[in-house]
Design a protein around this ligand. Structure first.
Ligand code: GDP
Ligand code: IMO
Ligand code: MG
Length: 423
């Protein structure tokens, strides 16, 4: 079997897009299976920067088939805009497929995401306001509209009518918002249906045959382990399962269809949105990581919160994803810092905490305990092998391997697809 799943090992934005693009060169299929347009994956190639939200990061290779699986919540407006932008940059959409079972993000999902966040006030989650939570909630409530429903005018009309009536009651009576117009949505989405029809198919069947034929398949994770609905910092999480198990439900495959699981992490930690973050830095080191690492959200443009690398988080990612190796990106961002720190464990009320706690109020009371390492000043952005890295950088990577008990198979030293050390 020739399949690899790529998973964000932190709070998202670990550089998944870049690594997937690199692996996609030799891949037959790249598959998105979770999340939606809340994701923002950056690929830098040939001096051009591509920002992808829904389209898999293998799209730049014309012979790679790119699949949007059933577990993705699809915003038709965003995906069509993305297609048009890529086409204007000379990228073909010939090999794009979208699963018929994918749920559709509707205007009321986005409206309700916005209104619910506003109503929460200081307790807001800091969502991307892309309608992700409300869309997954409707899916679980069994009132969602799938691509297959959108493509059938009669079914779509009926489902939209019933659901919109309910949603408008909530928008108006609960949140004091303005009701959305049925005909407007019907017309707009019927237009999308025409444009999407051609991409729609049962991708699970195609994948099953591909895996059986030993094709090279890459599963593209969105978000990150700590944003997982079950294992993340609930309620400050997303509404899907961005962990390796999420690929089974979200791509319609069995667990034995995944051979390797590569966890993607930064050499430090970032987080967008609210919620606990034990190693967060509100000092000049945090400022360095924000500025040098250009830590601004790909989807919302928000400044990302920055902090030291946290081995407690990475151990959680190793455990619940079954990681077979790690890719450590943005090692170049640490260049110039005199001393580096990695959290090895936490302390709470005088007791050692080795595992990430389930309760965020307990997590908030945890103080990270750090291992301190030497920094380096040499420019590493042109290093091609592990041996070319300064000794201190090599020691830093080896410390990650020791603290996580997981081998580091890739190291990112710059945003370009060429700036990746493969061990
Ligand atoms: P994703 O959501 O995991 O795909 O990550 P994002 O694209 O949201 O954010 C990662 C950012 O880091 C992007 O701007 C990438 O171009 C950039 N990046 C990825 N790897 C590296 C690296 O090794 N070094 C540097 N300097 N930038 C990187
Ligand atoms: P990629 O794939 C970083 C965060 C939001 C918010 C929380 C819930 O680019 O790594 P949502 O809109 O999903 O309901 O927001 O999850 N979030 C991400 N943070 N990277 C992402 O995706 C994210 N997708 C969602 O900031 O805190
Ligand atoms: Mg991102």
């Amino acid at each position: 079997m020739n399949t690899t799943a790529l998973i964000g090992a932190q709070w998202g934005d670990e550089g998944k897009g870049k690594v997937i693009d690199i692996l996609a060169e030799k891949a037959d299929y790249v598959v998105r299976a979770t999340g939606g347009s809340n994701a923002g994956h950056t690929v830098v190639s040939g001096g051009k920067t591509y920002k992808l939200h829904l389209i898999p990061s293998g799209i730049l290779y014309p012979s790679t088939v790119n699949i949007i699986g059933n577990g993705v919540v699809l915003d038709p407006k965003v995906v069509l805009e993305e297609m048009h932008t890529l086409e204007s940059q000379g990228v073909s959409m010939k090999n794009l497929m979208i699963d018929l079972r994918a749920h559709i993000v509707m205007p009321y999902h986005k409206e309700l995401d916005e209104l619910a966040e506003l109503a929460k006030g200081k307790d807001a989650i800091g969502t991307t306001k892309r309608g992700i939570g409300p869309c997954y909630a409707d899916k679980s409530d069994r009132i969602g509209i799938r691509l297959v429903d959108l493509l059938d005018r009669k079914i779509f009309e009926k489902k939209l009518k019933t659901t919109l009536e309910l949603k408008n009651k909530i928008i108006v009576n609960v949140y004091g918002g303005k009701a959305l117009d049925y005909t407007e949505i019907l017309d707009e989405y019927s237009g999308y249906a025409k444009q999407l029809e051609h991409f729609a198919c049962d991708t699970g069947v195609i994948l099953f045959d591909a895996i059986k034929a030993n094709k090279r398949v890459i599963f593209e994770g969105a978000q990150g382990t700590l944003l997982d609905l079950d294992s993340g910092t609930y309620p400050f999480v997303t509404s899907s399962h961005p962990i390796s198990g999420g690929f089974c439900a979200g791509a319609g495959i069995g667990p034995t269809a995944i051979k390797d699981v590569l966890g993607i992490a930064k050499s430090y930690t970032t987080r967008v949105g609210a919620g606990p973050f034990p190693t967060e830095l509100n000092d000049e080191v945090g400022e360095h990581l924000l500025k040098v690492g250009c830590e601004y959200g790909t989807t919302t443009g928000r400044a990302r919160r920055c902090g030291w690398l946290d081995a407690v988080i990475l151990r959680l990612a190793v455990r619940i994803n079954g990681l077979t190796s790690l890719a450590i990106n943005k090692l170049d961002t640490l260049t110039g810092l005199k001393k580096l720190k990695i959290a090895t464990h936490y302390m709470r009320d005088g007791k050692k905490v080795d595992h990430f706690p389930a309760d965020i109020s307990i997590l908030e009371g945890c103080t990270p305990v750090y291992e301190e390492l030497d920094g380096w000043t040499e420019d590493i952005t042109n290093c091609k092998t592990f041996d070319q890295l300064p000794k201190a950088a090599q020691t830093y990577i080896k410390a990650i391997e020791r603290l996580t008990d997981c081998p580091v198979s890739m190291i990112g030293v710059g945003p370009d697809r060429k700036q990746q050390i493969i061990r």
